[in-house]
Design a protein around this ligand. Sequence first.
Ligand code: 2YC
Length: 277
Amino acid sequence: MTRLKTSDISNISSRLETYNQELLSKTDRSLLGIACHACGKDEIQISRRIKSFCIHVVPVTAGQGIITDFSETVAAILKFLGFTALVSDLPDVSGVARAFENKADAIMMADDHRFVGLNLNTRSVADNSEATGRVFAAALDLMARGIENRKVLVMGCGPVGEAAAQTLLSSGARVGLCDSHFPAARLLKERLSVYPGGNNIVIEADINMALLNYEYILEATPSADTISDRLIRDHMVIAAPGVPSGISKKGCQILKDRLIHDKLELGVAGMAICLVL
Ligand code: 2YC
């Protein structure tokens, strides 16, 4: 799991409205709308519920410790979506206890291994990796104006790629899996074969060859520059949850409206909407 740096996230809070407009132009849906699409929830109903839904973001000092601006950025994303959200002034155990004592509806917190949302009433757990894969797959579905029967290349067969592949299969896509560690792709194919659409999976051993044969890409690797500029073609549409971005700055300029990438916004939105019943 790539650990974010403050420099990755420090401008997110001030750009949320701009980013929301970008999402609207690329998918016809807002940050909230994409998250609702990913969770299969009605946006109007959810909008009514989230105003009174209180989330405490609890900083965690364990392991490598606090990332400056991380909790504040998560809270800013939640407030932008319409939640009542605050950063606990107490970290760790004290912050968790304070959330329960203040009758918060949910907690969001991250150590070096997991970033989760916990619904304190239903006990449901929203995992950032799973939510990120699902919400970026939903964004690709919306950018494609329907991903059903389309071929999608999922690059990276870790937890994010797995959730994305599962979501894409359930949307009727035909999925190609690739990973720099071939057994990871093989094992994921086996795990997904039990799901609906599970027979619509192939493994792509040669990534450069695969990039010539797929228009729709979900880049979920923890590596930079996995899609070289020279392999970006005119009709390619890419959803890229991988951190750092697999597409270079020049590649982003080439793709323009055909690329969605962020380091926290869509994943946090997917987690939060998933927590609201
Ligand atoms: O500030 C804090 O509370 C820190 N304990 C937060 C550590 C987050 C570590 N994880 C990451 O940087 C990202 C997650 C946002 C998703 C994957 N890696």
